[in-house]
Structure formats: structure tokens, C-alpha cells
Design a protein. Structure first.
Length: 387
């Protein structure tokens, strides 16, 4: 159990932006919302999944839509609570806890807004371990939890409860309604028991982003390397050690908002040891694939984050600008995200990327060392590697 106050919330927002791989919504806006809620209502309790009773009723809460829209349509702050209450009414049962659906941007902070306003605890886990653009791209869905019914609210007070035949249809219907609401909405979905949380969630990602944010902040205060701090704090976790992939200056950003997503490509000119090389990163809300001079160096579901070279603070896809000096890092994704059934939902081929998934550790053996295990008979990759 961890008490999350103002200081912890700032570190969570900072760390979650890194695991968010460019997506999940503006972490600054989400941080302000959470800080205001905690300041007004008090600290929030963060529970390890092992502390959650099996019979609890858990309702994840989040924002849905294009991150670019959130910059211009700042929420009131009570929309996600309204969605939670609407889903409670539908089920005829009060929630015992809430949790994130993804570890990124505003969606790492929305559950803390809800928790502070309602007195509920937040569970230390989520359904992605990073950020992804679609609702069915959650471990909850991959491992058998229905997303329906979903409750949706916008900042004007419009609301709906949707039921769909499966989680893919839920994404399609909810996306359409979100677009009609102006491109962003607030949702409550994937209601489940505490036992189901323990079976399907990516565990302890919230406490990890807290550690990442705190470690990078303390490194900056001590004039130490924030990048080395990130590598140190991720090593030995259920993710794996962060790896530097590229360093350079942003040359170009192609970005458009279409069908409720921020879609595009970032081009980075290499600096220092990467001088003379060019990296391209394709994104759909989140960074999906990175290539250097045409050679793929990382893909989903492994994490690709673009950081400010000086501060190691993450830059979201909507915040990328020409001339920024950046360092691109990769972070191995947890094992629960790498199973064959999971890769069908969020592997590179799903996003029409012309490459198969190869774990970050196997793409960069010189950095990670010798693999402990090759893929097993089920095609599962077992992280992580040792030097």
C-alpha cells in the first residue's frame, strides 16, 4: 500500500509519460487535474494487486480520443466520475476500486482524479503496461474480460451506456460516439472482480512509473544523467532495462487527426555518435515502430519513447516539434504482453507495419547480452536477458 499525495502524483505523471510511448493524452493536463483533486480531497491509496480481495468490484476509468484534441478541450474534471457512477447504476453495485486502463499520459492520472473525488483506492496495475490507441488492446480483453458495458461522458454532460457483441465492436462503436462528442470523452469500462484483476492485469506498473518519475527528478536535482537513471530504475523489473536507440534533432513531423487518432511519422537527424544517420518513427497516438536508415530497431509492443535529451522528460506525439533535441529509448514490454494471443491484438502486423515482432532484447543482443531462453513451444518470448 502506498499513499499518493501531491509529490507522488507529480512523479507518477512524469514517469507515466515515458511508459506512455508518446500517447495516452497530455500528461500536464492530467497532472493538474489530479493535483487539484488530491489537494481538495486528500491523498489516494494505491493498492498492490495482492492486497485486493477476490470479490471486489473494480471499475477502470480513462479518457478516450485523440490526444491532440485534449489540448484544446480541457476537461471539467468530473466526467470520469460521472461515467463510473453511470456504470455503477447499470450494474446495481458500488465500485470498490478503480484502476488505469493504460500507463500513459492523462490516463495514468484520471483514476487518481476519480479516486480522490470518490474515496476509492487505485489498484497498482493496468491493461496495457504502456499506452495503445484502441479499447480492445488491453490484457483484460486478451485474457477474456468483456469491455461491455462501457459508460461514456463528455464535458457538456452528454452520456451513454454501450453494449457490444465483442470488444472490437465496442471500440468501433465507442470511437464513433467519441468522435461525435468532439474527439474526446471519458469512460468507465472492463468492470471486473478483484480475482480477474489479478489474473489479467499488467501488475505494478503504477508504482513503477512513480519510481521512474522520482528517480529521474532526483537525478536532475543531483546533476546526474537522467538517462542513466532511467536505465537503472527499469533494470530488474517485469519490463527490462531501458536501451538508448538514437540521439538527434527532429527534422520533420507529419501528423494528422483522423478517425479519432493522431497519426503520422517523426523524422530525426542523428547527432553525436549517430551523426549521418536518420531515424523514422511511425505513430498512431503512440509510437509504433522505429527504424534507422530503413532498418527496424524496435516495434510494438515494446516501448518506444522520445525524451528531451537534457531532462529525459517524455515528449508526447502531439508535442513533437521541429528542432527539438531528443533521445529515443526502447523498453522491453512485460511477458504478459508478448504471448501469441496478445501479439494478434497489438503486434506490428495489426498496425499494417511490414515486420514481425522481434523482442527488443533479441534485436540488440550487444546491449542486453545472451538470451536466457528462446521462444518456447507456444511461441512465447520470456524476458529478460542477462549480460
Amino acid at each position: 500500500m502506498i499513499k499518493v499525495g501531491l509529490s507522488e502524483m507529480r512523479d507518477i505523471a512524469s514517469g507515466a509519460a515515458i511508459l506512455g510511448t508518446g500517447g495516452g493524452g497530455d500528461p500536464y493536463i492530467g497532472k493538474l487535474m489530479a493535483l487539484t483533486a488530491i489537494r481538495n480531497h486528500g491523498p489516494v491509496t494505491l493498492l498492490d494487486p495482492t492486497e485486493v480481495p477476490d470479490d471486489w468490484f473494480v471499475v477502470p476509468t480513462a479518457m478516450m480520443g485523440a490526444p491532440t484534441v485534449l489540448i484544446e478541450r480541457i476537461p471539467r474534471g468530473d466526467e470520469a466520475v460521472a461515467s463510473l457512477r453511470l456504470l455503477e447504476k447499470y450494474h446495481g453495485r458500488k465500485a470498490d476500486a478503480t484502476m488505469p486502463i493504460e500507463a500513459g499520459g492523462v490516463n495514468s492520472t484520471i483514476p487518481f482524479v476519480v479516486a480522490a473525488k470518490t474515496g476509492l483506492p487505485v489498484i497498482d496495475g493496468d491493461g496495457m503496461g504502456r499506452a495503445f490507441p484502441e479499447l480492445q488492446m488491453e490484457t483484460f480483453s486478451v485474457y477474456g474480460i468483456p469491455g461491455s458495458p462501457i459508460a461514456i461522458h463528455d464535458e457538456r454532460g452528454n452520456s451513454a451506456v454501450l453494449n457490444a457483441v465483442d470488444n472490437f465492436a465496442l471500440e468501433w462503436l465507442a470511437r464513433g460516439l467519441t468522435i461525435k462528442m468532439g474527439g474526446s470523452s471519458h469512460i468507465a469500462e472492463y468492470a471486473m472482480s478483484g480475482k480477474e484483476v489479478k489474473r489479467t492485469a499488467v501488475r505494478n506498473c503504477v508504482s513503477l512509473v512513480l519510481k521512474i518519475g522520482r528517480t529521474i527528478r532526483e537525478a536532475a536535482e543531483k546533476k546526474e544523467s537522467p538517462l542513466e537513471a532511467l536505465m537503472r530504475v527499469t533494470e530488474g523489473t517485469n519490463y527490462g532495462k531501458a536501451i538508448p536507440l538514437f540521439k538527434g534533432k527532429i527534422l520533420d513531423v507529419e501528423r494528422r487527426t483522423t478517425a479519432g487518432f493522431a497519426v503520422g511519422k517523426t523524422t530525426i537527424e542523428g547527432l553525436d555518435e549517430y551523426s549521418g544517420k536518420t531515424m523514422t518513427i511511425r505513430f498512431q497516438n503512440e509510437n509504433l515502430m522505429a527504424a534507422v536508415d530503413g532498418e527496424v530497431v524496435a516495434t510494438v509492443p515494446d516501448l518506444i519513447s522520445i525524451l528531451d535529451t537534457e531532462s529525459a522528460q517524455a515528449i508526447t506525439t502531439e508535442g513533437l516539434r521541429y528542432g527539438f533535441r531528443v533521445t529515443v529509448v526502447g523498453i522491453p514490454t512485460p511477458e504478459i504482453m508478448r504471448t501469441p494471443e496478445a501479439l494478434k491484438v497489438w503486434g506490428p502486423r495489426y498496425f499494417n507495419l511490414e515486420t514481425d515482432y522481434i523482442p527488443l532484447e533479441l534485436r540488440h543482443p550487444a546491449f542486453y547480452g545472451k538470451a536466457k531462453l528462446s521462444p518456447d513451444k507456444e511461441g512465447k518470448y520470456r524476458p529478460h536477458l542477462t549480460s
